[in-house]
Design a protein around this ligand. Structure first.
Ligand code: NDP
Length: 336
């Protein structure tokens, strides 16, 4: 069984390729009778920034740390190859938490959901139609309180979450600007994903003036995927009664300066709210229906960045933290 294991816990820095190790071990492809479990062949694995938190020796988070020396887990798409659970039969496609390995034996199956992709690629169920897509949906509609005509700013805008936030905001009749870390991503945002404007934050000597240039009238909604200096600059450019949805802080580990402009929360009566997509999970069926229908009508598009081969997973995962991924990063386990 090909596997990816965590070597050691990391602290105070972003993950590197060498923090994860590719291993080969033995596995049984038969599920013990009476266990009620399944054996799955994993097909696609989702690379998500939150997994960095599980690489630390910290037990106080909403999700426990990985165990050094053991296989790591994440969202995946898998095929059932043996089953002792009447709800799943051999050949079923499922999505849920799985190991970063070729085959996984699952004693517990409650968290697995069957999928029937029809004319949608199965891998989309860990992106557009999975946790990141749902984060965009819940964050935009439930946290941002958007109104037609409002001015929306999205950071890490070409990523898994950002690309959908921008498109939802456009569907809602908002004016949308995105920031991203390469000119190729900026081009995608403007010419493919329908953002009104986009800029490469790495080429801006001063983020405050960049935002003033793109939002001379101020920002109503900032969908924050990065924290750090971009959050500080956005605070200076929010409108009165603006909203900041704090979705992620992917830049925060390497940002040592601290947020300086929080006083703007008072002077501009800004509502800044952190959220976890899982708090809104009751909306998941509605989300699935809405996004599937818009995707099929080509009102929403989706950019996926696929790495082939489990042995390439450590590099693919570490790349999230240097912006190597262009769109949602997914690993396709086998080369077939
Ligand atoms: P992405 O697909 O956007 O990948 C991460 C991207 O972040 C990179 O491509 C890079 O894009 C950008 N990035 C990396 N390092 C930095 C940095 N130092 N400064 C600025 N940008 C950086 O990831 P997701 O869309 O999956 O996740 C986006 C955010 O949403 C993350 O912060 C994640 O933790 C959060 N999240 C929160 C959830 C919740 O429930 N609250 C659920 C899911 C995700 P670029 O080249 O543009 O810099």
């Amino acid at each position: 069984n090909k596997q990816i294991v965590l070597k050691n816990f990391i602290e105070g820095r972003n993950p590197r390729e060498t923090d994860l190790e590719f291993k080969i071990s033995k596995v049984s492809l038969r599920i013990p009778k009476g266990s009620g479990g399944v054996v799955v062949k994993n097909l696609y694995l989702s690379c998500d920034p939150y997994m960095r938190g599980r690489m630390r020796d910290f037990k106080g988070s909403y999700i426990p740390p990985f165990v050094p020396g053991l296989v790591i887990q994440g969202f995946g798409i898998s095929k059932v190859v043996d089953s002792d659970d009447p709800n799943f039969k051999i050949g079923d496609l499922v999505t849920g938490f799985t190991g970063w390995e070729e085959y996984s034996l699952m004693q517990k199956t409650e968290q697995l959901k069957k999928i029937q992709p029809e004319d949608i690629p199965p891998s989309y169920y860990v992106g557009l139609l999975g946790m990141p897509g749902f984060t965009a949906y819940a964050g935009f509609y439930e946290v941002c309180s958007p109104k037609q005509g409002e001015y929306v700013f999205v950071s890490a805008a070409s990523g898994a979450v950002g690309q959908l936030v921008g498109q939802l905001a456009k569907l809602h009749g908002c004016y949308v600007v995105g920031s991203a870390g390469t000119n190729q991503k900026v081009d995608l945002l403007k010419n493919k994903l329908g953002f009104d404007e986009a800029f490469n934050y790495k080429e801006e000597p001063d983020l405050d003036s960049a935002l003033k240039r793109y939002f001379p009238q101020g920002i109503d909604i900032y969908f924050d995927n990065v924290g750090g200096s971009m959050l500080d600059a956005a605070l200076l450019n929010m409108k009165i009664h603006g909203r900041i949805a704090v979705c992620g802080m992917v830049s925060q580990v390497s940002y040592t300066e601290g947020i300086k402009n929080l006083f703007a929360l008072i002077t501009k009566r800004i509502r800044m709210q952190g959220f976890l997509q899982s708090d809104y999970i009751h909306l998941f069926p509605k989300f699935l229906e809405f996004i599937t229908s818009n995707y099929k009508q080509r009102k929403i598009i989706y950019i996926e960045d696929m790495t082939v081969g489990l042995e390439n997973a450590p590099d693919a995962f570490a790349g999230l933290f240097s912006g190597k991924n262009v769109g949602k990063k997914v690993i396709c386990i086998t080369h077939e």
